[in-house]
Structure formats: C-alpha cells, structure tokens
Write a protein that binds this ligand. Structure first.
Ligand SMILES: Cc1ncc(COP(=O)(O)O)c(C=O)c1O
Length: 400
C-alpha cells in the first residue's frame, strides 16, 4: 500500500476569492478585459501569467478546480471538461492520428468502447481490444505504430484491477503513452504516481458525488495539458468541451469531502459484499481476499480509502435482475439508475445498460453475465438495515 494522501494534497492548495472569501468566487464571464492591447496579444500567445482571455481557453473558476485536481493526482497540471466522455475523447485524440494504433482494455465503459470501436475508424485509427490483466496479451498486441495503451483502473462492471506499474513498463517498451480512467477509484488509486502518463475522470461520479451535473477531468504533466489547450492544435481548445464556471465551483467544494465519502462508500460496499457471500449470492468485490486482483489492489492502492464503492452480483438472467432491482427500488434501497458515485445506492443491469454498446460476444469473452447487477453503494448510515431489506427482496422473489 502507498502512503500518499490525496486528501492532504488537496488541502495543501490554499485558495480564496479575491476578497478573501474562503471559497474561490464563481467567475461567470465569458470574456476578460485588458488595460493594454499588447497584454491581450501576449495572453493569446500564452506569454503572460495570471491573465485570462476567454472562458473556452481558461476560466478562473476552472483553474481553481484544476489546481486541486492536479494536487490530488500528483500531476503538474489538470484540465476540466463538460463530461467524462469529452475528457476521454480529447485525451485520446490529442495522442492519436491517422495510421496510429491504440490498445484498449476490452472491459472499458460502453461509451469509451463505442468511441474506440466505431468512431475512431473515421480517422483511420486502429484499435485492438485486449484483456489488460493479461500482460502477454498486451505485449503481443503492441505494434510499431502503437501510440496508446488505455485502461480503467477498476474495470466496469467486472471490477478487475489494472496493474498500472506493469502496463507502464509495456508502454515504455512500445514507446506509447499509458492513459488510465480512474473514475471508479479516485483517491484509492493515484495512477499517475504509479506510472500512467495521463489520468482521466468522469467527475460526474464519485468526485462530484451529487449526481447534479456531468463533468470530466484530464490530469497530466504540464506539457501534455499545454498541448491539449494549444490555440492552434489543442484538442480540448479546438473541440471546446468546457466546464461551466458554476459547475467548476460546486465540484471544487464537493472535492473537499471526497475522502470521507470514499471511506464510507468502501465500508458499506465491503459489508454488502461479505453479507452477499454469506447468504450464497456470489459478490464480486476487489476488497475480498478471494477476488482475482485483490493482491494487485493492495500493492498499488493508497492507504485509508478502502476498496471502493462498487460491487457486482450475478443473478444469471436479465429478467431475474430486473425483478430484483424493481423490488429494491420499491423498498427504498436506492434507485434503478445507471451511473455511480451518488450518496444513495444506484443499481443497474450492466449488460443491458452501461455496457450495452459492447457486443454480446465481447461481453461473453469478458465473463459478463446478462444478469449482472452492478451496485454503486451509497453512504447509508445503517448498512446492516439496508442488507436486511435486500435479503427481503431476495426472499420475496425466492432467489434464496
Ligand atoms: C468509467 C467511466 N468512464 C467514463 C464515463 C463517461 O463519463 P460521462 O458520463 O461523465 O461523460 C463513465 C460513465 O458512466 C464511466 O463509467
């Protein structure tokens, strides 16, 4: 386990408003004024410090959030975007061009899979989907034109853990960049410190934790972020998926409670995973010693945030899964809804929702059952009572 403390790192960034308010102000201007024309020109060319030109380029509220995210990740810089998908697509397109090859985990989020599998073809970019837990498979997939190895730290929805350290070694040999989506495990893993070149997030999930907006982030070294926002060639600058300043400000405030939320999500998920197994329902959770990747997780995780808030159980068929989820919602256990990282528990049948872009044969190869129910476990104060209600549902449906 690593002793890096991302929560302390965020706190070390002391940010106030211009009037010394303890929260940075919301700066909701699209454009900014200058005393001198020359300063405007210099700012446009990135040759000034502390000036803003136009909010698609940069906004003070976004900058405050970027500083805190960079501290959390241990990167030199960060960039925030209007969705997790735009963070992913901008990071990828910044590195890939016609004729390039990308190796991606076959268990990536459905939207990422669709982008890589379908959309990238338009640009003549080749993608190989592999089992990124199998290092030989990753090595074999490398080609002279491989530019990217892409994975999620904790895969969706099977909760496999990527060995970032080993993947970085393969990326180095192939002269490629390693991009890691850490959406499921903020603070628990620090992929950049483990060797990833770029870390992307859907902040819609745990980072914001309120399910009241969609947002994304890209964390990396200064050069990568500067290239991304270059006015002539930067993907983020030219595609323009900016995060609104109101949202940037509210996400920043939520970031300061992320460590406490991750601890409680993890505690509750561990409790449910253990209890499911006790009653004979196999729960997939990397916090359990018998999970295939438990050892890698323990080696590479940061101490003190637990094993995450996601668990998956297999109810074999989509019909059984649906009946169970509908009943859980009726009993107030949480919501039958996609997404994750909310303070209430969310559950969905992955094969028929968030992974539905992944073709059936790949779902099968991934080992994903059509009756897999994925839980994003909430912050319930009395998780034992929640489990009693879940048990009632299983009994009512005669699943146990
Ligand atoms: C792991 C992962 N990455 C990225 C995304 C996309 O993020 P967004 O919906 O914020 O665009 C999701 C969305 O569910 C996700 O689960």
């Amino acid at each position: 386990m690593n002793r890096f403390d991302p929560a302390a790192a965020i706190n070390s960034v002391q940010q106030t408003s211009a009037e010394r308010g303890i929260n940075p102000s919301i700066n909701d201007s699209a454009t900014f004024t200058f005393d001198y024309g020359q300063t405007m020109t210099d700012t446009f060319h990135g040759e000034t410090q502390g000036y803003y030109l136009y909010s698609r380029h940069c906004n003070p509220s976004a900058t405050s959030l970027c500083r805190a995210l960079a501290a959390m990740e241990g990167t030199e810089a960060a960039w925030v975007t209007g969705s997790g998908m735009s963070a992913i697509t901008c990071a990828l397109l910044q590195c890939l061009q016609k004729g390039d090859h990308c190796i991606a985990s076959m268990t990536v989020y459905g939207g990422t899979f669709a982008f890589l599998n379908n959309y990238c073809k338009r640009f003549g970019i080749e993608v190989s989907f592999v089992d990124t837990s199998n290092m030989e498979e990753v090595k074999t997939a490398c080609r002279p034109n491989t530019k990217i190895i892409y994975t999620e730290t904790m895969s969706n929805p099977l909760l496999r853990i990527a060995d970032i350290v080993k993947l970085r070694q393969i990326a180095d040999t192939a002269n490629a960049k390693l991009i890691v989506d850490n959406t499921f495990t903020p603070m628990i893993f620090s992929p950049y410190r483990l060797g990833a070149h770029v870390v992307v997030y859907s902040m819609t999930k745990f980072i914001n934790g309120k399910n009241d907006c969609v947002a994304g982030a890209i964390c990396s070294d200064r050069q990568f972020i500067n290239d991304l926002i270059d006015v002539n060639n930067g993907t983020a600058m030219l595609l323009g998926p900016v995060l609104d300043s109101y949202r940037a400000t509210s996400i920043l405030k939520n970031l300061y409670t992320l460590h406490i939320r991750m601890q409680q999500h993890s505690r509750n998920a561990m409790y449910l995973a253990q209890k499911f197994n006790e009653i004979g329902i196999k729960a997939n959770y990397p916090g359990l010693e018998k999970h295939t990747d438990h050892k890698i997780m323990v080696e590479q995780m940061n101490e003190g945030f637990g094993f995450g808030g996601m668990i998956a159980i297999d109810l074999k068929t989509a019909e059984r899964a649906n009946a169970f989820m509908e009943l859980m919602q009726k009993k107030g256990i949480g919501f039958l809804a996609v997404s994750l990282g909310y303070f209430r528990t969310l559950f969905s049948c992955s094969g028929k929702s968030t992974s539905s872009e992944v073709p059936d044969e790949i779902q099968h190869k991934m080992g994903m059952s059509e009756g897999l129910v994925r839980y994003s476990v909430g912050l319930d104060n009395d998780i034992a009572h929640t489990f009693e209600l879940i048990t009632e549902c299983l009994k009512d449906l005669k699943y146990i």
